[in-house]
Write a protein that binds this ligand. Structure first.
Ligand code: TRP
Length: 470
């Protein structure tokens, strides 16, 4: 039996302050999801309409699930698997609840595998932009350049491996010497660069168009399909890093002082603001160059790259944009790796270096499926109807639309129905009667029900019972 944590500290270390916990959680939340994925998803799924659905999901599902995750982590003070077991044991519940943690670890490997590939593309583009290769390049040429790059599996594998190694080294160094250092220095630089990009975007003249695209609803043409609805919910999970235990793992290192509620507010608001600002900056730059903000996963690499190539000082600002995204990707990737690492350290009492090597190797092997999705396996349809059906598209859809929501649903059930209500009330510091009512409504009814409804839609869609969305 695992020893009870008597001194209320995690064996892996603790964030030096509450502020650092918030910064680390924001670092986890803000990532490729905000700067690469959100703009192209909004671009392809109806702009303002997509954004509003996404906001609703963030408030009704994201907020309570994140609160629940951090609470489990902070009470358990161990890796997600063992924190769940710890809470189950203390309340005479089945150890089977630890399976939620296992499920998250499995999901984490899948996420890390494709996350590191896309982050590798980003790293390569830092150098590509700064070199001035895009100066004067039009969209078609930029498209060709991107196609040639991702078509060359050797190049992609090289950058993907570099990113994986960097992530592994940071996590292996541990909570205080690794994660915290990257967060402490990375996040301020990230915010600064984001501000620079926004100002640059505004000065280029496409801001008005970008703003209306993102915020003005066109009721005659919402551009919203069933598919968009599902993707908006999936994205809410992905962007907040919830549903797999990443935030739970971070919660285990959160100091006792300070409320979880206010931390969650900050994380959710900052994450959303970053997505908005990144979207506005990227769309402004696209519009300033006369392009539409569509283009799927290639938006950043083709539309933005060529836009920068044709704007004043584009090579520098374009390079800075990719530096910004690289930092965001790193502070997220480390949180995807932490739950499995912490568990294996607890389980086998091995050093973090050994455990991280094993974990990175597993994710690296799975990652080849994504590397090859754009070249050798480009035409290999794994499951039809999941995006374009490639390994990458299937993985992404599976994670966003099934695995993370299922994880979130199980967490909501565990905290909402299984754990004793009074303990949860104390742990998340709800003091008022109506506060408790709102909390219970969210965690027991609204969040689980919304997830279930959206699942039903996905299933109907997959089996062809509703019209296929965009
Ligand atoms: N939230 C990050 C992003 O938007 C990605 C991420 C980090 C994540 N940790 C996670 C997604 C855990 C799901 C689960 O890029």
């Amino acid at each position: 039996m695992m020893a009870e944590v008597s001194n209320d500290r995690s064996q892996h270390g603790m964030w030096s302050s509450r502020m650092l916990f918030v910064l680390a959680a924001v670092g986890s939340a803000v990532g490729l999801g905000n700067i690469w994925k959100f703009p192209y998803m909004a671009g392809d799924h109806g702009g303002a309409a997509f954004f509003f659905v996404y906001l609703i999901c963030i408030c009704l599902i994201g907020f309570p699930v994140m609160l629940a995750e951090i609470m489990i982590g902070r009470e358990g003070r161990m890796s997600p698997i063992n924190s769940l077991r710890q809470l189950a044991r203390r309340n005479n519940l089945s150890q089977g609840w630890g399976l939620i943690g296992w499920f998250g670890v499995f999901t984490g490997f899948l996420i890390l595998s494709f996350y590191a590939v896309v982050a590798g593309w980003i790293l390569f583009y830092v150098f590509r932009m700064f070199s001035g290769e895009f100066n004067g390049v039009d969209i078609e040429t930029a498209g060709g350049m991107f196609g040639d790059f991702i078509g060359d599996w050797k190049q992609v594998a090289l950058w993907f491996t570099i990113f994986m190694v960097i992530t592994g080294v940071v996590v292996a160094k541990g909570v205080n010497k690794g994660l915290e250092v990257v967060v402490r220095y990375g996040m301020p630089v990230l915010f600064l660069l984001l501000l620079v990009m926004l100002i640059y975007g505004i000065t280029q003249g496409g801001f008005g168009d970008a703003f209306s695209f993102m915020f003005i609803l066109d009721f005659n043409n919402l551009g919203l399909s069933w598919d968009s609805l599902v993707r908006a919910m999936g994205h809410a999970f992905f962007t907040l890093s919830i549903g797999m235990g990443a935030i739970m793992a971070y919660g285990a290192y959160m100091p006792r002082e300070g409320s979880i509620k206010s931390a969650v507010w900050v994380i959710v608001v900052v994450d959303t603001l970053v997505a908005i600002v990144a979207g506005l900056a990227i769309f402004s730059i696209a519009y300033a160059h006369g392009s539409e903000p569509h283009g799927g996963p290639a938006l950043l690499f083709i539309t933005s790259a060529s836009a920068f190539g044709n704007l004043p000082l584009g090579a520098i600002f374009g390079g800075l944009l990719f530096v910004l995204v690289s930092i965001a990707a790193l502070t997220s990737a480390i949180s995807i790796l932490e739950p499995a690492t912490a568990y294996l350290v607890e389980r086998f009492k091995l050093s973090r270096w050994i455990v991280v090597t094993v974990c990175c190797l597993i994710a690296w092997i799975i990652g080849w499926g994504t590397v090859l999705s754009f070249n050798a396996w480009q035409n290999l349809i794994i499951i039809p109807g999941f995006g374009d059906g490639t390994f990458f598209a299937v993985l992404e859809f599976l994670v966003d639309s099934f695995l993370l929501p299922i994880g979130g649903l199980l967490i909501a059930i565990f905290v909402g129905f299984i754990l004793p209500r009074s303990k949860v009330k104390t742990a998340i510091e709800i003091s008022t009667e109506w506060g408790m009512k709102i909390w219970l409504a969210l965690i027991r009814v609204i969040a689980p029900l919304s997830i279930l409804v959206i699942f039903a839609i996905t299933l109907l869609r997959l089996f062809g019972l509703t019209e296929l969305g965009a």
